[in-house]
Design a protein around this ligand. Structure first.
Ligand SMILES: [Zn+2]
Length: 334
């Protein structure tokens, strides 16, 4: 009996795991060109420096790629002329698990779109008519159209939009996952299966006490009043930010940044608590903070005694679980 239960449990978990990932919203293999939580610099008052709110997916350098519904969905809203997102479509996926609140239903946002809706389904035609109406009636003004859950429903794989290039860099599809109430942004890597990649993780330097150290055996001398930071990145086809950075001192995990999720309203622009002098493709991660942010998952600094040099280790992990570590000695100068 027990064995049968265990067996059943395994079968059920395998089925559940099989359903974890959403359908690829593109017809080409998924490739990340911009990571969740990555540094985005100030562009305008409407678009201040912020953590990247979603994942950027390659559209092979082109616009006009079909964007497909990643599960059964209905349209929640359509925005045109957003200063940050351009044309943005928000879908509700009612049957998909929200891992943050542990309930069913998430929102998926597609942005920088070239057009919305298509002619192959009734829902697509209806959406396309509304999209064109918004453009003709409101010109270049920002407009948001909201929909009742019964209005426009799509099935998994239906075309919902076409990708564009208003993202400020090469054409790509920006995809974002939010909880239903849009309080939390979740790492889209929890929902989409990005094929395993061999990447080159780089840990380039440490900054402490206003000086840069390159892992050449010199003891890192930090001070309590200047930042401690590490310059690290992941070379995929482009540079993207790591998922996780951990600082260990004397075998104890002292500090960790992990981009799993964060609060949309409260945390999106608190980027200077995590990053220092960064660009969208080159990142300095601060390794100390007094702020309580979702992506700072371990912060045990006050328990450290660095009056004499201690051994330390930085571990950087990419989205696929590949890691690189660098060791050094660290001391606090007063
Ligand atoms: Zn993006």
């Amino acid at each position: 009996m027990k064995r049968t239960l265990v067996f059943l449990f395994i079968v059920i978990s395998i089925i559940a795991l099989g359903e974890t990932y959403l359908r690829n919203p593109l017809d080409i293999p998924l490739e990340i060109t911009g990571y969740f939580g990555e540094y985005r610099q100030y562009k305008s008052q409407d678009n201040p420096a912020h953590f990247h709110k979603g994942m950027d997916l390659s559209t092979a350098g082109k616009t006009g790629a079909e964007v497909l519904s990643p599960a059964n969905s209905y349209v929640a809203s359509l925005v045109v002329n957003d200063p940050v997102y351009g044309t943005r479509l928000t879908l509700v996926l009612p049957g998909v698990r929200d891992y943050f609140n542990n309930e069913n239903g998430i929102k998926v946002i597609f942005a920088h779109l070239e057009s919305v809706g298509d002619l192959t389904t009734e829902a697509g035609r209806k959406l396309n008519v509304i999209y064109r109406k918004l453009l003709s009636e409101f010109g270049t003004n920002y407009v948001e159209a909201r929909f009742h859950p019964d209005e426009i429903a799509f099935k998994t794989g239906d075309t919902v939009a076409y990708s564009g290039d208003t993202g400020g860099v090469a054409p790509h599809l920006h995809v974002e996952i939010r909880d239903i109430s849009e309080k939390v942004l979740l790492n889209p890597g929890l929902y989409f299966n990005f094929p395993k990649k061999s990447t080159e993780i780089q840990i380039i330097a440490i900054k402490a006490g206003g000086k840069e150290y390159k892992f050449d055996g010199k003891t890192v001398e930090m001070t309590s009043y200047s930042p401690l930071a590490v310059r690290a990145r992941v070379l995929s086809r482009h540079y993207i930010s790591p998922k996780k950075i951990s600082l260990w001192i004397e075998g104890k995990l002292v500090y960790q940044i992990d981009f799993e999720n964060y609060f949309f309203i409260d945390e999106t622009t608190k980027v200077n608590e995590v990053y220092m002098n960064s660009t969208p493709s080159d990142y300095w991660f601060k390794l100390r903070s007094s702020e309580n942010l979702s992506m700072i998952t371990v912060n045990n600094w006050n328990e450290e005694d660095l009056s004499s040099p201690k051994t330390a280790k930085i571990v950087v992990e990419d989205h696929w679980g590949n890691t690189l570590e660098k060791t050094f000695n660290i001391v606090m100068r007063r």
